[in-house]
Each structure stands twice: as structure tokens, then as C-alpha cells.
Design a protein around this ligand. Structure first.
Ligand code: UD1
Ligand code: CA
Length: 464
């Protein structure tokens, strides 16, 4: 068995993206393109991986992390030159080198494995992954000789009208024997329309030396599409989203309207969970089994337990919801908050940096900020924590079994003791003793005949 190394070319300027963000960092389903590529290559368990990056590519290197060694291509002189820049990263390696581009994010590891196997069984010096497309504009064309063997790759710009009619294109993914790669790269020249060094010219060079260059045709052209501009980025996004949806449904998740459900790469959802239309599941979101996620719910790096009901238009961000809890509609839970098991968070409620312990209820229009709430607490409609004094944030503690009446304002820092009651409409600034009732409001007065007096005044006003 030959050893395998991988090389990713990621140093291009990505001019066609018209972006200040380096192309490898543009995202598909919530993950940078380079991340998709490295995860897929990781599945091949290569002996080593090298990524060619441009100068000042700190953010790209950050995403790469320790998954690959990075080689710098200071000046963008073409894919052949980028491959030359990868050679220091391959120092001492002998075997097969899989080269791919950072802008081919959708390729599957199975396809790459097939390419490597094809290359090895053909005993080729190089093997190109090709595919047939309806619209080959922009891609390099695969030129074959009379015996159907690959003889060259001609870039679109350099192709003759006859060559432009070829629909078999270069995907930009190749396997080279390491020595053949080193040899061919020494001979490429920039005599083309762009004046660049093309990696694709290595094919013609190897053929001229009588070496075998094989082609492996990928059956699914969508998988190997290259992303050069934002239109292609959106097209790739659609393909990737469809894949995720299909995978989820096959694993037992019901998507009421798959086309209107947006699930990022890396999200996990348990079986028998039903997701309504217009939902967005983003980041490192985990959803348990048997949940009902109604329409237009957004989960952003959320952890949702089993059997949870999230009503329409609820947003859960960087927070967790425990088993059997219910939230919404129109509620927001954010800032590392926790909704405990069996809790109920009503409509238009908000939690920020707060914990609601098991079995507690927080009713409509209520707000908890910087609060720790015990078990079995009831927070009435419209009750809020005043956690911000204009300068600092303060903490509210509500102990087990407390009852917070409607429209109570808890001015933090404050503690409501275990089992205590707070009367509706009270503005509380002092701690509440366990088991007591805190009430802060003026006694109700009644003024007789008020309506009659008003009617008289109105009459006088109209006459005058
Ligand atoms: C390339 C291929 C083309 C193929 C297509 C598939 C060449 C000459 N052409 O064209 O045959 O059909 O991909 O999508 O290879 N890069 C560098 N340094 C550079 C230039 C590019 O690292 O100096 C990297 C880019 O970051 C990119 C990749 O190489 O990830 C491909 O470059 P790009 O300019 O997108 O090539 P295409 O025109 O798409
Ligand atoms: Ca490209």
C-alpha cells in the first residue's frame, strides 16, 4: 500500500468573490470552505496534509489549526506555482499526493477514495478527477487522444473553439506519484493567456515523457463544482443544504417542508423530532429526540434535550433547554442561559445569562437577566429583573418554590427566599425572607361618582 499525502491550494486571491474575506473562509452551511475540505481529507487519514496559503492568511491558518502544515505562496503566480510552494511541506514524503483546491468544498471522501484507487490500479503517474457538465465555461477541458487517453488539460481561456465544445472538465482534483509531481512541476512554464504557472500543464508534460495519465470520471458533477463567485457559492450552499436535509430525514427526523428548513453542517438532531417550516438550526446545535420545533424557530449553538416543545418564532442562542421543557412562541433565550427539565417559558419572554431550574415556570412577557432561579418557581406575566443600573449588571436569586406575582420588578441585587411570595405590581429593592409575602404598592382608593363628574365637565367644555 502506497502512502498518501494531501495538498490543498488555498492561496488564490479569489478576485471573483469581490470580497475582503479570503475565499477559503467564505462559508457553506455555516462552515468555511477550507474547513469542509480539511474534514473530508481527514476521512482519508493521509500521512500528512499541507495547505498552501497566501501571505497574511492568519485567519485561514486559524481555521486550519493543527490539521495541516501550511506553506506560504507569497505571490499568486498560478496553481502550478502554488503546488511548487507545497513541495517543502512534502519534503521526505514518497507515495501518492492528492492535490485539491480549497474552492471545491462539496467533494465526498468516497469519491476521493475512488480516485486514489483508480490511480493505483491504473499504475498511473497522475490521475485527474474529471466530470461532465452541461455548462463547461470557465473550467479546464480534458483533451483525449484518438485512443481516448488523456493528453492535456486546456484552460477555458486558452482553448480553441473545438476544445471549448468538450464537456468533460477538470475538477481540480488530482493524484500524482510524488516523484512525477516534482519532475513535472520543474518544467511548467507560464506561456498561456494569463501568464501563470498552471498545475494543469503537468498533465501534458507527463504525457510527453511517455507517462500514463489516467482520468477518473466523477458521476455527480454537483459534488465537484468549483466556487469562484457568489453565484456559485449560493449554488453550492443549496447542494450542501439538500444533502444535510436528506441525511437528517434518513436518520428519522421529520422536516415538514425540507426546502424551507436550514440546517448547518455539524448540527445533530435526534429521531422523531419534527421541524416546522422556516426553522434555522445553526452552529454547534444539538437537538434531542421526540422534539417538536414549530415554525420559524432559530437555534444558534443551542442544546435542546428530548421531548422539548419550541413554539413558533422562538430563538435559542448559546443556551440549553432541558428535557420536556416548553418555550415560546416569540421568546428569546440567549447568553448561556439554561431552561431546566420540564420548565415552561411562555410567550414573548426573554432570558439572558440566567438559569431556570427544573419544573419552574416563567410566563408571558417576563424577563430574566443575570438571574438564578430555583426549582418549582412561578414567575408571573410581565415580571422582570432590573439587572442593569446603567453602569453595572447585578444578580437576582430566586430560591426554590418562590412565587413572583405578575408585573413584579425585582431590582437587583436581590434575593427572593425559598417559598416566598411577591405581590403583583410590586417594585422590590430589598431581599425577601423565605416563606414571607413582599408587597410594595399603595392601597387602592375608590372615588365615587367619577364618571358623572367627568360627564359634567365635558358638557361645560362643549357649551363654553
Ligand atoms: C482551476 C483549474 C481548472 C479547473 C478548475 C476547477 C488551473 C490552472 N485551472 O481553474 O482547470 O477546471 O480549477 O474548479 O488549475 N490558487 C493558489 N495560488 C494561485 C492560484 C490559485 O493557491 O496562485 C488556488 C486558489 O486558492 C484556488 C485554486 O488554487 O483554491 C484554484 O484556483 P482558481 O483561480 O480558482 O482556478 P480556476 O480558474 O477555478
Ligand atoms: Ca476555482
Amino acid at each position: 500500500m502506497q502512502a498518501l499525502a494531501c495538498v490543498v491550494l488555498a492561496a488564490g486571491e479569489g478576485t471573483r468573490m469581490k470580497s475582503d474575506i479570503p475565499k477559503p473562509l467564505h462559508e457553506i452551511c455555516g462552515r468555511p470552505m477550507i474547513d469542509h475540505v480539511l474534514r473530508t481529507l481527514g476521512e482519508l487519514e493521509p500521512e500528512r496534509t499541507a495547505v498552501v496559503v497566501g501571505a497574511d492568511a492568519d485567519e485561514v491558518c486559524e481555521v486550519i489549526g493543527d490539521r495541516a502544515r501550511t506553506c506560504e505562496q507569497a505571490e499568486q503566480r498560478g496553481t502550478g506555482h502554488a503546488a511548487q510552494c507545497a513541495l517543502p511541506g512534502l519534503q521526505g514524503f514518497e507515495g501518492d499526493v492528492l492535490i485539491t483546491y480549497a474552492d471545491i468544498p462539496l467533494v465526498r471522501s468516497g469519491t476521493l477514495r475512488g480516485l486514489v484507487e483508480h490511480h493505483r490500479s491504473a499504475g498511473a503517474a497522475a490521475t485527474v478527477l474529471t466530470t461532465e457538465v452541461e455548462e463547461p465555461t470557465g473550467y479546464g477541458r480534458i483533451v483525449r487522444d484518438s485512443a481516448d487517453a488523456v493528453s492535456a488539460i486546456v484552460e477555458h481561456r486558452d482553448a480553441s473553439p473545438e476544445q471549448r465544445a468538450i464537456r468533460e472538465i477538470n475538477t481540480g482534483i488530482y493524484v500524482f506519484r510524488s516523484q512525477a509531481l516534482v519532475g513535472a512541476l520543474q518544467q511548467i512554464t507560464p506561456d498561456n493567456e494569463q501568464g501563470e504557472l498552471y498545475l494543469t500543464d503537468a498533465v501534458e508534460i507527463l504525457v510527453a515523457y511517455g507517462r500514463t495519465v489516467a482520468a477518473n470520471v466523477a458521476p455527480d458533477a454537483a459534488e465537484v463544482m468549483g466556487i469562484n463567485d457568489r453565484v456559485q457559492l449560493a449554488a453550492a450552499e443549496r447542494v450542501a443544504r439538500d444533502r444535510i436535509r436528506e441525511e437528517m430525514m434518513r436518520m428519522g427526523v421529520t422536516l415538514i417542508d425540507p426546502a424551507c428548513t436550514y440546517i448547518d453542517a455539524g448540527v445533530s438532531i435526534g429521531g422523531d423530532t419534527v421541524i416546522g417550516p422556516g426553522c434555522h438550526l445553526q452552529g454547534e446545535t444539538r437537538v434531542g429526540s421526540g422534539c417538536e420545533i414549530r415554525s420559524n424557530v432559530t437555534l444558534r449553538s443551542a442544546t435542546i434535550g428530548d421531548g422539548v416543545l419550541l413554539r413558533d418564532h422562538t430563538v435559542i442562542e448559546d443556551s440549553a433547554v432541558g428535557d420536556g421543557a416548553q418555550v415560546g412562541p416569540f421568546s428569546l433565550v440567549r447568553g448561556d442561559s439554561t431552561v431546566g427539565r420540564g420548565c415552561k417559558v411562555g410567550s414573548s419572554a426573554e432570558m439572558n445569562r440566567s438559569q431556570l431550574d427544573d419544573g419552574s415556570k416563567m410566563q408571558h412577557f417576563s424577563y430574566l437577566g443575570d438571574a438564578t432561579v430555583g426549582e418549582g418557581v412561578n414567575i408571573g406575566a410581565g415580571a422582570i429583573t432590573c439587572n442593569y443600573d446603567g453602569v453595572e449588571k447585578h444578580h437576582t436569586e430566586i430560591e426554590d418554590g418562590a412565587f413572583i406575582g405578575s408585573d413584579v420588578i425585582l431590582v437587583a441585587p436581590i434575593t427572593v427566599g425559598e417559598g416566598a411570595y411577591t405581590a403583583a405590581g410590586s417594585v422590590l429593592t430589598k431581599d425577601v425572607e423565605p416563606g414571607s409575602l413582599a408587597i410594595e404598592r399603595t392601597n387602592q382608593r375608590s372615588i365615587d361618582n367619577w364618571a358623572e363628574r367627568m360627564a359634567k365637565r365635558r358638557e361645560q367644555h362643549e357649551e363654553g
